[in-house]
Design a protein around this ligand. Sequence first.
Ligand code: GLU
Length: 362
Amino acid sequence: MKKIIIKLGTGILSAGKGNVRTDRMEQLAQSIAILLKEGTQTIIVSSGAVGLGMGKLGLDERPKDLSLSRACASIGQCRLMNAWSDSLEKVGLVASQVLLTRDDFENKKRSQKVEETLNTLVDRQIIPIVNENDSVSDEEIKFGDNDVLSALLATIVKADFLIMLSTVKGLMTHPTSGSLIPYVAEITPSIDAMAKGTHSPTAVGGMVTKIEAAKIACRAGCAVFIGSGENPSLLGNIINGDDAQGTFFAPSGLKLAERKKWLPFFPSPNGTLTVEHETIDAIMEKGDSLLAKGILSITGEFEKADVVEIKNPENEIIAHGITRFSKNELLRAQGKQNEEILVLFAGKNRPEVIHRDHLAPL
Ligand code: GLU
């Protein structure tokens, strides 16, 4: 069985005035039922308690009085669970509620209990609905957002895939005028910098905490997807890496050769390397790495560890790969022999631009 965690933001689940977007919950429940039949267990991390409680009490802004905020969570959690329970029941599934605090993750004995309970539930085909226990959490020690909570949960239950759905489209190169980054092979400082510029009015955590969460989950060998939850019936597409709107983060705990299997799914890499025929033969037929001397032209903007596409001189895409050089480095290395490259980049211990373990012919 595969195990996935789906984390949903308040903006996706709340319809305002304390009402729940049951349409989205029902769509998701249908997709979860299909996945279960195909051998995928799901744990949901659901936000929305505070927001729904505020709506019920007619509050427009998050209360400054913390006991009122905790009271809102208590009211909203009840509505949230009713709606989840009803939506899952419509497709023959049973919901269960698990409320966690930070202590549950920091104390080994307690985190083992969390793991045991969740595994017992999913093994019986029950769908756990997890949230932070906001009605009793002390502000000083609480997570505050469910992004990091869902990533820690992914490490505890050894999930294969963490899917974070909210009102954001995914990681953008620039918050207002940028384009969507479909695939991140490694979370580098340039990815952190992009996240800082992003702001969503409804999200509690925003992109910064989502990237923090992605780092935790990826390090534990769990793949991550950050994208829009506006159409939950696309869940199957996300899992199959099929035309999904969002950013996919490759798990870093995997062996290099295993990482390669994710590469072909990501249709718009950051850059393009056009290479000569002889080099294409070496890659496609002999399984060689890509060397700088076979590169004819370099386009796009990319950093070290970004995904790039490789084209033949006829402009056909023949492979995707993770580059060991940034665009600027590559411009300096282009056409050079291996020995010259090692001298030019004293820090690099190998001359390949894309190692064969990071090259996926399409
Ligand atoms: N636990 C909070 C709630 O249910 C939400 C935190 C978040 O949106 O990340 O309202």
